[in-house]
Design a protein around this ligand. Structure first.
Ligand SMILES: [Mn+2]
Length: 316
């Protein structure tokens, strides 16, 4: 599989790297790591990175080998290749025309949901703990040596997607990769503190409010919180992970009101496949068996009702 991606990159002069929203550390880490790897292996290629959200204030601790712009209208002429990372091209929104306009299209991803758009090359592995782990394996395939910058980007995605090596995707392959990243000289405790442990006072207050206002469904097997994005912009990451680890809870759900739509994030302890639940909620919904999400074009209370209906088959 790496050979089709390698061949696509090798044959391209102008390459776009992108990822669908909501952007997370693995997506940004994968864009940065792939850019570094291509710059080292093929220094003459022209790389562009475009995403749909302004990430200037977030992910500041990650190395930035190239500017990651969030202006989809900014024209890029004659793209030879567009690569979507850590997600499917269907979810690219305003960036979809740019992706589809490229001469060749590729995907590097570890999510289960397949792309329904035709692709010229793909590196997909739902067993990989992070998309950045796939970039590490590409580096090995290309003979690109790990340095601290590259290893930091790869570690960031691996660390956040495994919840600091706590969650299900943590396997020998992920831990062997982490050992190599530490051998490359990264500051693991510092990266972990910045990406996983540190929080702003505003976020600490939001957590308190969320946990004391949790809604309990299906006899306590589902813990659900509703948050208005406007009152907590950028503060809700990780909140749903806390809900699912309350004793007796099988599924944690966060409903985020965003304009006229509701974004639902789901976490499972393992008995319920929440990627199937997300797909029942919306055709574009999906993710992993234990972590998934869906966006619904409705108000939060309507989303809550649809969520209860989608979960009802799991809790008869
Ligand atoms: Mn990921």
């Amino acid at each position: 599989m790496p050979s089709t991606i390698t061949e696509a990159i090798w044959g391209a002069e102008t390459i776009l790297l992108t990822a669908p929203p909501p952007l997370d550390t693995d997506a940004i880490g994968a864009i940065a790591a792939l850019a570094l790897a291509i710059q080292r292996r093929w220094p003459r290629k022209r790389l562009f990175a475009r995403v749909t959200e302004d990430i200037s204030a977030a992910f500041l601790s990650l190395p930035r080998p190239l500017p990651i712009e969030h202006t989809p209208s900014l024209p890029i002429e004659a793209l030879d290749l567009a690569i979507v990372l850590d997600g499917t091209p269907e979810r690219l929104g305003p960036l979809a025309p740019l992706f589809e306009g490229a001469r060749r299209k590729a995907q590097i991803d570890h999510h289960r949901t397949p792309s329904s758009l035709p692709l010229d090359a793909a590196l997909r592995d739902p067993k990989a703990a992070s998309t950045t782990l796939l970039i590490l394996e590409l580096c090995d395939h290309w003979g690109v040596a790990l340095d601290i910058e590259l290893a930091t980007c790869i570690h960031a995605g691996l660390l956040v997607d495994t919840g600091g090596f706590l969650y299900h995707l943590t396997d020998p392959r992920a831990l062997r990769a982490a050992a190599r990243l530490l051998e490359a000289g990264i500051d693991h405790p510092e990266i972990a503190a910045r990406l996983l442990l540190e929080q702003s006072p505003e976020r600490a207050r939001l957590r308190g409010a969320v946990l004391s206002n949790t809604l309990w469904l299906f006899g306590g097997a589902v813990a659900c919180a509703i948050i208005d994005h406007d009152t907590a912009p950028g503060l809700t990451g990780g909140v749903v992970d806390e809900l699912v680890f309350i004793q007796g809870v099988e599924v944690g759900a966060l409903i985020l009101k965003k304009g006229k739509s509701a974004k639902i994030s789901l976490r499972s302890r393992g008995r319920v496949d929440v990627s199937a639940v997300a797909q029942r909620l919306a055709p574009s919904g999906g993710g992993h068996a234990r972590a998934s999400g869906a966006a619904l074009p409705c108000a939060p209370l309507e989303a809550l009702a649809r969520l209860e209906a989608a979960l009802a088959v799991e809790f008869p």
